[in-house]
Design a protein around this ligand. Structure first.
Ligand code: NIG
Length: 418
């Protein structure tokens, strides 16, 4: 097995349970895994050596919330919003029409382009959702195409009730024939629990059916106003609730309660996580609050109370939410920058949320799953060798030099990608 020593790393953010930041560090990659990490002076020999020349190193980004399977363009809607119009979920229908009209080849080509863009920005683990098909045929097609490109696929038939069908009737479709059709391709299910999308009762039906089908759960909650999305996510033991812009004190307490007693070091040792099926058995494992700051800027929503969530003991993730309506960016670095400049996170907290937080929300924060897939999102021996070097001496430059593409070299599963 070929080994690579990456040495002379000026500052290494591990995103491990202790959030260690090492200086003058080195990492050894052996095959797809990390086999050694520590001070450069004590590093073992390897087949090849990469001199980081003092650059900063960190895990590859884990983007745990995207909607990349789509065709069409919503520039006009974006322009109207910048001129003062409010975001309404109804724009999803515009993308659904364009997505249905696109052929398989075109849809795959568009998805591959977006995944490549994400990879070039340092993303090494990628989730994406269906949700622009909204009938049995097109949701299944989106799921099938996504499964061939990304690491984790989420079924979001419950994104919007399409025109011409009663909402309860559509919910039954989502919970029945549509779920059966997507099931071979997806690991997760999600529901947009929000006024104008799915009611709490309809959301409950979707979560129940998808849980019974063996899928891990996620919820779009409290994006556009107060509501029951977060409470439902915690009640169902969902792996994440995403957006979380309008949280009540009770929502924050419920999220914090879901993490009480959880210790990342114990979880790492027990190797207790392993994809959606493992989430219920993970000790004390709670619901990750996923913040989507690029979306908040584009929809002019208040940022989520990330500082309060962290201080209350909630595990948070940062994700791009790349989609054509509210957040047309794959840049995780931009999300980190915004979280530091606007949301009161320290650089290391933001980096951890964009790496380990996303991995945790996908059940990939520790251990090796039933399919032999290694943990991602943090740098530790045995984890998948997903690592990026910045063209900068420290991660602080992600916030200090906003908008500058700092990702330099990237390794994914031990293979140099850029
Ligand atoms: O996460 N909130 C719902 N879904 C997307 C927006 C989808 C769209 O407008 O096309 C989001 O922001």
């Amino acid at each position: 097995m070929t080994s690579t020593l990456i040495t002379n790393i000026g500052e290494l953010s591990t995103s491990d349970p202790d959030q260690r930041v090492l200086t003058d560090a080195a990492v050894v990659l052996e095959g797809e895994r990390i086999s050694w990490i520590g001070p450069a002076a004590g590093a073992p020999a390897a087949d090849t050596v990469h001199d980081a020349e003092g650059r900063a190193g960190l895990p590859g980004w884990v983007d745990s919330h995207t909607h990349l399977v789509f065709a069409g363009d919503r520039t006009t809607e974006f322009e109207a919003r910048m001129a003062g119009a409010e975001y309404r979920a109804g724009g999803i229908a515009v993308t659904t029409e364009a997505t249905r009209a696109a052929g398989d080849y075109e849809l795959t080509r568009l998805l591959l382009g977006r995944a490549a863009e994400a990879a070039s920005g340092g993303t090494t683990y990628l989730e994406t959702k269906t949700g622009y098909g909204l009938d049995v045929e097109h949701e299944a097609r989106s799921a099938r195409i996504a499964a061939g490109v990304v690491d984790e696929v989420t079924y979001l038939g419950a994104h919007l009730v399409p025109a011409g069908i009663d909402a309860d009737e559509y919910t039954e479709l989502v919970c029945g024939p549509m779920l059966d059709a997507v099931r071979p391709y997806v690991q997760w299910a999600d529901v947009f629990c929000e006024r104008g999308a799915f009611t709490p009762e309809q959301s409950r039906a979707v979560l129940t059916a998808c849980r019974d089908a063996g899928l891990g759960l996620r919820v779009h909650g409290n994006q556009l106003g107060p509501g029951e999305g977060t409470a439902l996510a915690v009640e169902f033991g969902a792996a994440s609730v995403d957006h979380v812009n309008h949280l009540s004190d009770a929502d924050i307490d419920a999220l914090a309660g879901s993490w009480s007693g959880w210790d990342p070091a114990d979880a790492a040792e027990a190797g207790a996580e392993g994809g959606p099926a493992g989430q219920a058995s993970a000790p004390g494992r709670g619901t990750v609050a996923t913040c989507l700051p690029a979306c908040d800027l584009s929809t002019r929503q208040p940022f989520p109370p990330a500082r309060r969530l962290l201080d209350a003991g909630v595990q948070i993730a940062l994700a791009s939410n790349c989609n054509p309506g509210t957040s047309y960016t794959t840049s995780m670095a931009f999300c980190v920058t915004t979280a530091v400049l606007q949301m009161g996170l320290s650089v290391q907290e933001a980096v951890r949320a964009a790496t380990y937080g996303g991995a945790l929300s996908l059940g990939r924060g520790a251990g090796t799953d039933a399919d032999g897939r290694r943990a991602v999102g943090s740098l530790a021996v045995g984890h998948r060798a997903d690592l990026q070097l910045l063209n900068a001496p420290s991660a602080t430059h992600l916030a200090y030099r906003p908008g500058i593409p700092l990702t330099g070299a990237v390794w994914r599963a031990g293979v140099r990608r850029g």
